[in-house]
Design a protein around this ligand. Structure first.
Ligand SMILES: N[C@@H](CCC(=O)N[C@@H](CS)C(=O)NCC(=O)O)C(=O)O
Length: 202
């Protein structure tokens, strides 16, 4: 149900924006509670200490060819939300800001600005979860944004490696090579997004 009291990246595609008020609490519980009290959120907001006039803006720190960043971008495309992108290999100021905030240059990192508060969220899996929890309205992550390809690839490569150790015949070498290849492929799976047609919601 759309209320539209304040705008957020989600507002672009679904007109619902009060969820951004829950960002600073950052807990699933708060989101769920808001879903239940949807219509009454503006009444509860002051009581919850939430400033409904604040707008959350998101920025993704990334660089080209980073598979974990592509995983997050797949989620962003799937959700159809507006997220500014900062390429830390092309933009020195962004690289510096990231380093100052997180103490390292590892990406992806999502910067969440809401009012005067800024949160830096690292780890692609956590970012994807956060985006779907906040803007997904109950949806599950798109395949390339989800853990499924990574987990399946890891299990398959482990299976092949174990099989290569317990096999006696020369086949073991093929199994070992396949295990290593599947593992390498699994790590670059999100890059598939770069060659597949992009599916952008909204
Ligand atoms: N587990 C992390 C992996 C992130 C990662 O390894 N990022 C690479 C680029 S794809 C990186 O930033 N490496 C540079 C560094 O670690 O300083 C995630 O899923 O976000």
């Amino acid at each position: 149900m759309a209320i539209g009291f304040c705008t957020s990246p989600a507002a672009k595609h679904n007109g619902t924006s009060f969820r951004s008020g829950a960002l600073k609490h950052g807990s699933r519980g708060v989101h769920r509670r808001f879903d239940l009290v949807d219509r009454w959120t503006p009444l509860f907001a002051p009581w919850q200490g939430i400033d409904m006039s604040k707008e959350a803006s998101l920025a993704l720190y990334r660089f080209d060819g980073c598979p974990w960043c592509e995983r997050v971008r797949a989620a962003i495309d799937d959700l159809g939300i507006d997220v500014e992108e900062r390429d830390i290999r092309r933009d020195e100021a962004s690289a510096r800001a990231l380093h100052e905030a997180t103490g390292r240059g590892r990406v992806p990192v999502l910067r969440i600005d809401e009012g005067t508060q800024t949160r830096w969220l690292p780890e692609s899996a956590d970012i994807v979860r956060y985006l779907y929890d906040t803007y997904g309205e109950g949806r599950r992550p798109a395949l390339l944004a989800s853990r499924i390809p990574q987990t399946a690839g890891l299990l398959l490569s482990l299976g092949l490696l174990v099989a290569s150790f317990i096999t006696e015949s020369p086949t073991r070498h093929y199994l070992l090579a396949a295990g290593v290849m599947v593992f390498a492929l699994r790590n670059s799976l999100p890059l598939l997004r770069l060659v597949l047609p992009r599916r952008r919601a909204g």
